[in-house]
Design a protein around this ligand. Structure first.
Ligand SMILES: [Zn+2]
Ligand SMILES: [Zn+2]
Length: 407
């Protein structure tokens, strides 16, 4: 290949990856931060936001749920597994590798992710302080230990956890991370208000630092969703105050849910009622996995793409386009699992729309759309690279077309 050709090819590859990033709808990386036991009245329920300045400013780049709840057990040993599983899973005692602990009966988001995406443990990392007896994910027959996350359990403070999380990001760039911050709950139980609120401020600054880290690393930048939530709150002042938790009072139930990322609505406060199982199911949607045994619902209202509703689930498959490269025509093929609204547009490498090949409801089955290299005015387009976006319901996929010289 001549140097000039190589240069042109390189430019095409760079352009393609840029366009691909611009057109792909779903961020493919996810960080979930759980701040254990922060009461809503000290986080987003405080109109001055004095303990959470970073998360307040992040919420203007993302979506805040103002009506998110722990709708069942308001204590850690049940609520954390529920956040993992997208369901109020039973937990069972177990002696595992000589240590007494508990495991979740239902499969976790980690297991769905690793099995369905065929990912190694180092791509799915759970960062928390050192604990001698980790709570375990499931032994479900279809999932289980082969699909557990890598537990990175080091240090003792939330600051240590933040440092470790950044090391993990820099060293192995996992697509999926869960960062667990324990100190707010611990400080709350000790009953000293100033320490409790200071630990919320620390957790808030950690969220800010992690987000900055995500945005300063090209691997994560503009392709990562950050979710920050809690497992439970703490008693409101009518039910014993901030020191403890575990009942069904508003203070124990009302928790925060903040999401930021390319697919999340910006500067949006949703008042729709949602609860703990919806977190993992929504994260699954963004990760492109099916949490089969979860009971929660996808929170479509937080996504920034349009036309979504509860009825629409991912129901199509893009098949190989042939021929490709081509000079006269090519066939774009896909399969619909059920009747769906389908739109297929072809774009030039500079992002200009060339033609709409389909924009209507289609029945279930195998489909084929032929493109004869003509634009919307019936003129043949010049050889080069083109892209198509197949949008089925609220999901889309992008493909590349190479129109070769006619010879
Ligand atoms: Zn807790
Ligand atoms: Zn309570």
């Amino acid at each position: 290949m001549k140097p000039r050709q190589r240069k042109v090819l390189l430019i095409f590859i760079v352009l393609f990856s840029m366009l691909n990033a611009a057109f792909s709808q779903l961020a493919d990386k996810m960080m979930i931060v759980i701040i254990d036991g922060a009461r809503y009245t000290e986080t987003f329920g405080d109109p001055t936001y004095k303990y959470i300045p970073k998360m307040k400013s992040l919420s203007q780049e993302g979506t805040l749920l103002d009506n998110f709840a722990n709708n069942n057990y308001t204590y850690t040993s049940r609520a954390i597994p529920a956040l993992w599983c997208g369901a109020w899973t039973a937990v069972e005692p177990i002696v595992y590798q000589g240590t007494s602990t508990q495991y979740a009966v239902l499969p976790t988001l980690f297991e769905y992710y690793r099995k369905q995406k065929n990912k190694p443990a180092e791509d799915c990392v759970y960062v928390l302080k050192y604990v001698p007896s980790l709570w375990l994910p499931s032994f479900d027959i279809d999932y289980g230990p082969n699909y557990w996350p890598e537990f990175h359990s080091v240090g003792s403070s939330d600051q240590d956890v933040a440092t470790q999380a950044q090391m993990v990001m820099a060293d192995s760039h996992p697509h999926f991370m869960l960062v667990y911050l324990a100190e707010v709950d611990h400080a709350g139980h000790l009953g000293i208000w100033e320490n409790y609120t200071a630990s919320i401020q620390t957790a808030d600054s950690i969220v800010g630092v992690l987000w900055e880290k995500l945005q300063s690393d090209p691997f994560y930048k503009n392709s990562t969703t950050l979710i920050v939530t809690n497992d439970h709150g703490r008693h409101d002042d009518q039910h014993g105050g901030f020191q403890n938790h575990g009942c069904s009072c508003e203070g124990c139930r009302h928790i925060q849910f903040l999401a930021v990322g390319p697919d999340i609505k910006k500067n949006f406060v949703s008042t729709q009622y949602r609860n703990i199982p919806d977190m993992a199911v929504t994260a699954s949607y963004l990760l492109g996995i099916q949490p089969q045994k979860a009971t929660g619902n996808t929170m479509y209202e937080i996504f920034n793409f349009t036309g979504t509703n509860e009825e629409i689930k991912p129901t199509f498959r893009l098949d190989a386009t042939y021929p490709n490269p081509f000079s006269k025509s090519t066939n774009i093929r896909y399969y619909l699992e059920r009747a769906e609204h389908v739109r297929l547009n072809i774009f030039s490498v500079s992002g200009e729309k060339i033609i709409t090949l389909k924009d209507e409801w289609e029945s279930q089955g195998n489909k084929l759309l032929r493109w004869d290299t003509k634009n919307a005015h019936g003129q043949k387009v010049v050889p080069g690279i083109y892209f198509y976006i197949l949008q089925v319901g609220n999901k889309s996929e992008t493909g590349k077309l190479i129109l070769a010289n006619d010879s």
